[in-house]
Write a new protein. Structure first.
Length: 398
């Protein structure tokens, strides 16, 4: 049984085709520059690869038709016809408060997604375009939406309400939503499997550290608190996003620098984070290199990130009344060996001990705590696409 997983951005489309018999990816790729000049296709299977091939893709619908053409190509294709795809799983960023789990998409769900566009103006419109294109091309296939926000809908109001006038929550739905839910769910389930314990009995802190980053407290398999909030800028410092900030800084800077709302948003979302502090790059690899070459601002950027992650680990341990496992995932979490060591230094008070030798790995699933450590520490490469494929299979009742 084959399931197609799609992740549509405003001008891009990432896809993976899964054979659910063994959960193997049999083809995957990316179309960039959709609707722009010279769209490009990258497509690969076990025995075939093409990179940056110029194609015609003026919109998402034609881009998806091109993907189907590649998948069914008589020479390098991986299936005979589109009929072999049993369902399509779509990554959707925002489901607001109405969507607390993955759902089969129908007109009512699409209307809810349209309603959430204001909450995720950069992402939801592109996700909707992808869904509408698939409904047009494959009207008889179940389309399933898997939401970045859904996993966090289990948070209690004590964790999601902001202490601002309640009417703003009622009128504008201003509250903590959280993101990266599919990743936090996947790695927490994986950690439970590695520990050979039911997830219902575990308290897990998942650290998704990539270009965008968040930490989540997962108690009994449910998100009880998470560091991202209403927008995608709170919590940890990210590549170019500031993370937690005293709100007083915003009007102060607007006044001092005479900034408009767009300009201050640009500062907080695009000029801050690791890039803002280091002045070097938003990419952890560049910053590590600069730090090793003696750049003190690069060192400061890494120190601020490590401190923020440590702070959330302490906070979420308190929120859950303990912790059984800490998980590192995503580009930085899976690869930045020294950062993991800095975050986990001096955590003996929790009964946590990192094993320096075991920690010396990149991008591999492994327990990196000492055998005696009471709290386990894991590196678990995230796999949001597989999670989407699994949920699609379940929701489409295949
Ligand atoms: P996104 O949020 O875009 O999915 P990723 O999860 O791919 O991001 O993470 C990107 C980040 O991971 C970048 O800061 C990158 O520098 C970092 N990263 C990737 N590989 C390494 C590595 N080998 N060492 C340190 N950082 C790495």
């Amino acid at each position: 049984m084959k399931i197609l997983v799609l992740n549509c951005g405003s001008s891009s489309l990432k896809y993976q085709l899964f054979n659910m018999k063994d959960e193997r990816v049999i083809a995957k790729g990316l179309i960039e520059r959709i609707g722009l000049e010279e769209p490009l296709l990258n497509h690969e299977t076990d025995s075939f690869q093409q990179d940056k091939v110029p194609i015609d893709a003026p919109n998402h619908r034609i881009a998806i038709q091109r993907v189907i053409k590649e998948l069914t190509d008589p020479v390098h294709g991986v299936m005979e016809s589109m009929d072999e795809i049993r369902a399509v799983g779509h990554r959707v960023v925002h489901g607001g408060e109405k969507i607390a789990e993955s759902v089969l998409i129908d007109d009512t769900v699409l209307a809810v997604l349209e309603g959430c566009t204001e909450l995720a103006p950069l992402h939801n419109p592109a996700n909707i375009m992808g869904i509408e294109a698939c409904r047009a091309i494959m009207p008889d296939k179940p389309q399933v939406g898997v939401f970045d926000t859904a996993f966090h809908q289990t948070m209690h109001r004590s964790a999601y309400l902001y202490a601002i006038p309640f009417e703003y929550y009622e009128k504008y739905h201003v509250r903590r939503y959280g993101f990266h839910g599919t990743s936090h769910k996947y790695v927490s389930q994986r950690a439970a499997a590695l520990m050979q314990k039911p997830i219902e009995s575990l308290k897990i802190i998942t650290c998704h550290l990539g270009n965008g980053s968040s930490v989540t407290a997962v108690q009994g398999g449910r998100s009880v608190d998470t560091s991202l909030g209403f927008g995608t800028v709170a919590g940890l410092p990210m590549g170019t996003r500031c993370g937690d900030l005293d709100p007083a800084v915003i009007p102060y800077l607007m006044d001092k620098e005479n900034l408009t709302i767009d300009q201050i948003s640009n500062v907080l979302y695009k000029q801050s984070g690791l890039y803002g502090i280091s002045g070097v790059s938003s990419d952890m690899r560049d910053i590590e290199k600069e730090m090793k070459a003696g750049n003190d601002r690069a060192a400061a950027a890494i120190e601020v990130l490590a401190h923020a992650v440590k702070r959330f680990i302490g906070t979420y341990t308190a929120v859950m009344g303990g912790v059984d496992a800490i998980v590192f995932t995503a580009g930085i979490g899976e690869n930045a060996i020294d950062l993991r060591a800095t975050i986990c230094a001096d955590m003996g008070y929790l009964g946590t001990a990192l094993d320096a030798d075991r920690n010396n790995i990149r991008g591999e699933e492994r327990e990196i705590s000492t055998p005696e450590s009471k709290v386990k520490i894991f590196v678990i490469p995230t796999n949001e696409e597989l999670m989407i494929a699994r949920e699609t299979k379940e929701i489409a009742l295949l």
